[in-house]
Design a protein around this ligand. Structure first.
Ligand code: UGA
Length: 443
């Protein structure tokens, strides 16, 4: 099938590459010329396991094209995906200006029937808004051309995006037109074998499903972080509690890992956007408000431990930081807890020597050349001469370091672990002071 994807961000690029891989004829449109030219040379704007070879191969074989020409994009696909960003506006609501711009562009150029598919995370009511913008634009053109608007949210995770897209757990389709369902069935047929993963519903329910899924996961995390704070105060070990409750199949083991707060481009933004949506219709979303507040406080947990240990004034102190990305297997630092940590340490006068396996360029881009941030080439180099080690991301190669050399490199053998990577008993036996999340240990 001929497919057009507007927006070469995370969702757009991965979705386009995966559709091309199964044989669809895909063109990606973006206004960023630089991005488009780079992609043609094989330079991929994001780090995502497995994505570069997938994009390159499909580009070389002609099933995946990149262009800035919106008209070319509209002419190409019967399916027109909208996968542009929906950043938060000043009050935290999702800003739809990029979505409506694409809707207008499609309506300006279309000559035949199009199926417009909202792939971006968009508030309930967006499909109506897309439909209104397109109807208005077609009216000014005096063009009587039919179109459909579908909500088909994406559920991929950064770091596992290609696999998530290739083997989706569910394909949510919100539409009011049975013919469109057939077209989407054909489009997704290669991903929908063995058993039917397509869940059909009305458009508004599909739009809300996306937010509800992310908010539910964020709720699980904030709930566990709250219990971890209680565990600490009550002298319990959250890791034991996690295993104890996870074994109940109704609760399950996933997304109940306590830590130094959730980050990324989705949970913080989506929780906030659903809060704003609720408030706008006069409903007070108490659980969601608490989820957000608990997370904001949780990001201050490691800085609080550090000040508890070293005092409020951190002038003259240097901290080794392992992990800048908001989670492993990505270079994304959006809303990462490492940022709150560094910014709080800098305010108290401290220096940071940081290492991350993938996010070093991103940190350089965000913070530039600061006198109080040194980006180090290895995790060992980050430790040299530092007063203590702080861990914000659970990258695999942080799990079993050579603890003797860690101890020798640090001025004081202290570890502040925001991801509960080590066994407190063993690490304390090795001579470390160990602060973790909800484990009592040295607090
Ligand atoms: C999230 C959802 O998991 C995807 O299903 C969704 O499609 C995506 O948002 C989106 O809306 O685009 P992502 O933001 O890539 O995916 O990252 P997650 O793996 O969900 O992790 C989010 C944050 O939660 C990370 O900071 C992670 O460290 C934290 N987390 C996760 C915990 O603190 N504890 C856990 O048990 C799990």
């Amino acid at each position: 099938m001929k497919v057009t994807v507007f927006g070469i961000g995370y969702v757009g690029l991965v979705q386009a590459a995966v559709l091309a891989e199964v044989g669809h004829d895909v063109i990606c449109i973006d206004i960023d010329e630089n991005k488009v030219e780079n992609l043609k040379k094989g330079i991929i704007p994001i780090f995502e396991p497995g994505l570069t070879p997938l994009v390159m191969q499909n580009y070389e074989e002609g099933r995946l094209k990149f262009s800035t020409d919106a008209k070319e994009g509209v002419d190409h696909g019967v399916m027109q995906f909208i996968a542009v960003g929906t950043p938060p506006d000043e009050d935290g609501s999702a800003d739809l200006k990029y979505v409506t711009t694409v809707a207008r562009t499609i309506a300006e150029h279309m000559q035949t029937h199009k199926v417009v598919i909202d792939k971006s995370t968009v508030p309930v009511g967006t499909a109506d808004c897309v439909r209104a913008v397109m109807t208005e634009t077609l009216k000014t053109r005096q063009a009587d051309i039919a179109f459909d608007v579908v909500s088909n949210p994406e559920f991929l995770k950064e770091g596992a995006a290609v696999t998530d897209c290739m083997r989706p757990e569910r394909i949510v389709v919100g539409t009011d037109n049975a013919q469109v369902v057939d077209m989407l069935r054909e489009l997704y047929e290669p991903f929908n074998r063995n058993h039917d993963r397509m869940i059909l519903m009305d458009i508004r329910s599909a739009e809300l499903t996306k937010y509800a899924a992310n908010c539910m996961l964020a709720t699980k995390i904030s709930f566990m972080n709250e219990i971890s704070n209680l565990a600490e105060l009550l002298g319990a070990d959250i890791e034991k509690v996690r295993q104890g409750i996870g074994s109940d199949s109704r609760i399950g083991y996933s997304f109940i890992y306590p830590g130094c707060g959730y980050g990324g481009s989705c949970f913080p933004k989506d929780v906030q956007a659903l809060i704003r949506t609720a408030e706008k219709i006069g409903y007070t979303p108490r659980i969601l408000q608490a989820v957000e507040a608990v997370n904001d406080e949780q990001k201050l947990k490691l800085p609080a431990y550090i000040k508890h240990h070293f005092g409020e004034d951190l002038k003259g102190k240097t901290f080794a930081l392992w992990g800048l990305a908001f989670k492993p297997n990505t270079d994304d630092m959006r809303e990462a807890s490492s940022r709150v940590l560094m910014e709080t340490l800098w305010q108290a006068g401290a220096q940071v020597q940081a290492f991350d396996p993938e996010a070093m360029d991103e940190a350089q881009r965000i913070y530039g050349n600061r006198h109080d941030l040194k980006l180090m080439g290895t995790k060992e180099a980050a430790l040299q001469g530092a007063d203590a080690l702080v861990i914000c991301t659970e990258w695999k190669n942080f799990r079993a370091p050579d603890f003797e050399s860690v101890k020798n490199a640090l001025k004081e053998p202290v570890i502040f672990d925001g991801r509960n990577l080590y066994d407190p008993e063993r690490i304390i036996k090795r001579g470390f002071v160990y602060y973790a999340i909800g484990r009592g240990a040295s607090v």
